[in-house]
Write a protein that binds this ligand. Sequence first.
Ligand code: CA
Length: 227
Amino acid sequence: MRVLVIEDEIALAEAVRDGLVAEGYDVDIVHDGADGLWRAREGSYDAIVLDILLPGMNGYKVCETLRDEGVWTPILMLTAKDGEWDEAEALDTGADDFLSKPFSFVVLLARLRALVRRGAPPRPAVLELGPLRLDPGTRRLERGADVVKLTAREFALLEYLMRRDGNVASKAEILDHVWGMDFAGDPNVVEVYIGYLRRKIDQPYDSHMIRTVRGAGYRLCVDDRDG
Ligand code: CA
């Protein structure tokens, strides 16, 4: 069982390594995010323990980049603060589990075992609608022959609308699914992001796939002009 530990607090990284080695794991440690990304790509690890605040490249970015590249090694992210935001963000970037510091080694070990047992998550199926082709696995969106760059939130919003399969999604449902149940900000954020998406998938193509249904919400459908 091979584990990569990406953690810049050297004493902590070594303690985790020594503990895991004593349990029979084969462990590599790296103290920098960019080095960690390189090792995670090259090595065949069964799991990765990833800190968030790292020199070189932060843990969110490392995780997101790996998932974008289709590397599905299970990732346990170490969150420094015990804020929900950190945890939501960790899962949002493609981490499989998270653990707040300070943590007990026994808990770390139990979580790692569970992750390894579960194995790499299956690649989610590609969603298609008219000219849109959205791959949740590689977080890639194509519109016809173009690759459209979306932020993580825009991607999540479009994915949710595509999964509704032509049905209306209310603002409240969108907030729950895309921003999370605990979202306490301005609900108009949905309209703002719908606007961002229109600018990327509709306006440049002079099409009208994202429809506003007055008083009900939004739905995604194929524009007649797109066939
Ligand atoms: Ca750190």
